[in-house]
Design a protein around this ligand. Structure first.
Ligand code: ME8
Length: 479
């Protein structure tokens, strides 16, 4: 196994409050971090908020607040939501923090000295929703951005440019040799063909955006928000001198959505290369999900607040559902019906029922005393490897096979009958089930930390009592 593990989620724009889309990669990063921590590997998990640029400035204005107050309030909402979901990052970076601004300023000076920046003029269409220039050919019939349904601004500006066009060759080489891994493969191919189509230099500063980090050598300009944002991955570690930076950089995996792959697989490595800094080892792009078949959008108002889900189903059920239902890396669909079906089937009737049957048998027949625990009758080979490879849904499927096996084993051995007839056999059955349940809890811990803890503490009590249901019956939302 690796000697250290550094995982990041995207940092989220604070123009929107947390929703299940932003919760998704953050939960996945938390699962990886918990898994590596559990394996004794020094681990660092970073998340945070992206707070500069026109989009945020406009959102603050619309809310009638200063950008400072606005960003602070929304960042706190992210932090709160992640906490509710059982997400435990080692750090939460906000791009408006002093430590970030200092690191970005330092990095820009290095970049300037590299000779890879030059001043030029840019004319193009800027989409504030994307925080990026877009091509005329990308617009819909009405001349609007197809994703944001807004008219892009025509800009003609003096900017500082970065010679991205110099980096096609090294990017291709490192991607093809796997020195920068991009997963899934389809995303890797997408990046490679984007590079093949020819890289253009990019503007890395904006003269007319006030809400941003000033260029140290040209105070009239602020850093392009995407460049500012990408640096979070090293500023949070205390680039360039902190021990943490030396210990944890390069990132072992950046988890991102497929929408922001070019920034992470092309611009970010090229900027690092120019500054002589090592590249992240892997970028994994997950898919997008719809809600009841519809795109998540402000105008539809269908964004789901994870806090409401946690209140109703508990954090672990939400974590389980998102990672079990949608194969990580593919697109999928979210619906309350599907969530409730898995809650009742997999969680209440599967795992919950197993735990309650077992504790009841021990409480009723052994006066709550655990027989000697043996080795688990089933092994969980491969679950760890599946997690390392980000195949979360397969890891969970494998754990649930064992849960199903255990419930069937109880049905077949009928321990409530042997309890009276054959105490030795009864104890053997119970011992192996307890051992198996410990194994289940151990493997489940990165995904469902609260549930794993309830199982462990329920089974390690001095006098084992019939357990409270792990997943109480739901009042159905739909008939
Ligand atoms: O892009 N399905 O931030 P953002 C799955 N600040 N994942 C979804 C989703 C959906 N429907 N909607 C959003 C930004 N996401 C930048 C990132 S990183 C240096 C800067 C997830 O608030 C997905 O991971 O728009 C996507 O990449 C991320 O939220 C974008 O969040």
């Amino acid at each position: 196994m690796t000697e250290k593990f550094y995982v990041t989620s995207p940092i989220y724009y604070v123009n929107a409050v947390p929703h299940i889309g932003s919760a998704y990669p953050t939960i996945a990063a938390d699962v990886l971090a918990r898994f590596y921590r559990g394996a004794g590997v020094p681990t660092f998990f970073l998340t945070g908020t992206d707070e500069h640029g026109s989009k945020i400035e406009q959102a603050a204005r619309a809310a009638g607040q200063t950008p400072e107050d606005f960003t602070r309030e929304v960042a706190a909402k992210f932090s709160f939501a992640w906490d509710q979901l059982g997400i435990a990052p080692d750090d939460f970076i906000r791009t408006t923090e002093e430590r970030h601004i200092i690191a970005v300023t330092r990095f820009l000076e290095i970049l300037k000295d590299s000779g890879k920046l030059y001043e030029g003029e840019y004319e193009g269409l800027y989409c504030v929703g994307h925080e990026a220039f877009i091509n005329e050919s990308d617009l819909d019939g009405k001349g609007l951005c197809p994703d944001h349904k807004t008219k892009p601004e025509k800009l003609k500006e003096k900017n500082w440019f970065f010679k991205l066009s110099d980096y096609g060759k090294v990017l291709k080489e490192k991607i093809l040799t796997g020195s920068l891994e991009i997963e899934p493969d389809s995303r890797k191919n997408e990046v490679l063909s984007f590079i093949d189509s020819g890289l253009e230099d990019i503007a890395i500063s904006r003269p007319n955006v006030k809400w941003g980090i000033r260029l140290p050598w040209d105070e009239k300009q602020t850093v392009y928000v995407w460049v500012d944002a990408l640096f979070n991955y090293i500023s949070a570690l205390g680039f360039p001198n902190d021990e943490k930076y030396k210990k944890f950089w390069p990132a072992d995996v950046h988890l991102i959505g497929k929408d922001i792959i070019r920034f992470h697989c092309v611009i970010w490595p090229a900027l690092l290369e120019a500054a002589g800094i090592s590249w992240p080892r892997k970028v994994f792009a997950h898919g997008f999900f719809t809600i009841d078949g519809e795109k998540i959008s402000k105008s539809l108002g269908n964004a789901i607040d994870p806090n409401n889900l946690v209140d109703k189903y508990g954090a672990d059920a939400v974590r389980y559902f998102l990672l079990r239902e949608i194969p990580f890396g593919q697109d999928g669909d979210f619906s309350i019906d599907k969530l409730e079906a898995r809650y009742e089937g997999d969680l209440a009737n599967g795992l919950g029922n197993l735990f309650s049957r077992l504790t009841t048998l021990i409480a009723q027949n052994l006066e709550g005393e655990l027989p000697d625990v043996v080795v688990s009758p089933r092994d969980f080979d491969g679950v760890g490897r599946l997690i390392e490879n980000l195949k979360f849904h397969e890891a969970l499927a494998k754990i649930w096979e064992e849960i199903a096996w255990a419930n069937k084993y109880i049905d077949e051995t009928k321990p409530w009958e042997t309890a009276k007839k054959n105490e030795k056999l009864f104890k053997e059955v119970i011992s192996s089930l307890v051992a198996l349940l410990y194994e289940i809890a151990k493997n489940l811990a990165p995904f469902m930390p609260e549930t794993a803890e309830k199982i462990r503490s329920g089974l390690s009590a001095e006098k084992i009592a019939k357990a409270e249901p792990l997943f109480p019956r739901l009042e159905r939302t739909h008939a």
